[in-house]
Design a protein around this ligand. Structure first.
Ligand SMILES: NC(=O)c1ccc[n+]([C@@H]2O[C@H](COP(=O)([O-])OP(=O)(O)OC[C@H]3O[C@@H](n4cnc5c(N)ncnc54)[C@H](OP(=O)(O)O)[C@@H]3O)[C@@H](O)[C@H]2O)c1
Length: 238
């Protein structure tokens, strides 16, 4: 487990969900020293080829094996949230990448009542240390914009959460993956970079209008780096 004195990245990194975002994060972890356990709903057998294609640092596991990691990236469709055992992620730092797409996820009354998506996650996993992050950038842009620490064109990603130690660990994870981080505050503030807000995907797109007009799965490729000041302005204008 992470302690206050532990300044190092925990490894392995557990991935619950091995689709666009899960596999991209696994790719970004190559060369960082972080081992990745990929999992999905169909079991490790369905992930062996994908893991091998990404690199020796990636293995295929069950969701329980991925959930045994100190940091777990939960990156599944939001409608899958109720299917998980609420104790699965007890004590874990959970990076919640999930967004609400009503056409995919259906109606969720708690969102209509004012909850943020990551508050739903935290309510479902009451013993997890939920940090919202990696949700506001298209997966191809995430892969394209990763840069080493100190690069002048490094991009910044927002995060939000109620646990300072968990956020510090996620900031170290972002750094290893190739990004600076901007702390947007407590989990409640996660609405500032939810779908439809100015900080959601558009700042990282070379052609925001084309991205707005596109459909999931057909996102335009071009990117532009996003520094902390630009991201801060987008968060404040939400
Ligand atoms: N795509 C993006 O650019 C992007 C960017 C930021 C955030 N997000 C958000 O991040 C989340 C993941 O997006 P994605 O595009 O990576 O999705 P995706 O490509 O559809 O992949 C979803 C993954 O979740 C797994 N999964 C679904 N239900 C599961 C369950 N009950 N238990 C374990 N694994 C389960 C799927 O495994 P099976 O195939 O075996 O079911 C699959 O590996 C979504 O909430 C999305 O809105 C996406």
């Amino acid at each position: 487990m992470i302690t206050r004195s532990d300044r190092h990245l925990p490894t392995p990194l557990g991935m619950i969900g091995a689709g666009n975002i899960g596999s991209t994060v696994a790719r970004l972890a190559r060369g960082t020293g972080v081992e990745v356990v990929l999992s999905n709903s169909r079991g490790p057998g369905s992930l062996v080829d994908l893991a091998a294609s990404i690199g020796l640092h990636v293995s295929a596991g069950t969701t329980a094996q991925a959930a045994a990691s100190d940091i777990v990236v939960l990156t599944v469709p939001l409608h899958a949230l109720p299917s998980f055992d609420p104790h699965l992620l007890a004590g874990r730092i959970v990076v919640d990448t999930m967004n609400f797409y009503p056409e995919r996820d259906g109606a969720i009354p708690a969102l209509d009542a004012g909850a943020t998506t990551s508050e739903l996650t935290a309510a479902h996993f009451p013993d997890a240390r939920v940090v919202k992050g990696l949700n506001n950038i298209v997966h191809t842009h995430l892969l394209d914009l990763a840069r080493p620490s100190g690069a002048p064109d490094r991009s910044t990603l927002p995060l939000a959460g109620d646990d300072a130690e968990a956020k510090a660990a996620v900031i170290r994870l972002f750094d290893a993956l190739g990004f600076d981080a901007l702390d947007a505050g407590p989990l409640r503030e996660g609405w500032r970079f939810e779908r439809g807000r100015p900080a959601y995907t558009l700042p990282y797109a070379a052609d925001p209008e084309a991205l707005l007009a596109s459909r999931p799965g057909e996102r335009p490729e071009g990117t532009r780096p996003v520094g902390a000041e630009t991201l801060q302005r987008a968060l404040e204008s939400a």
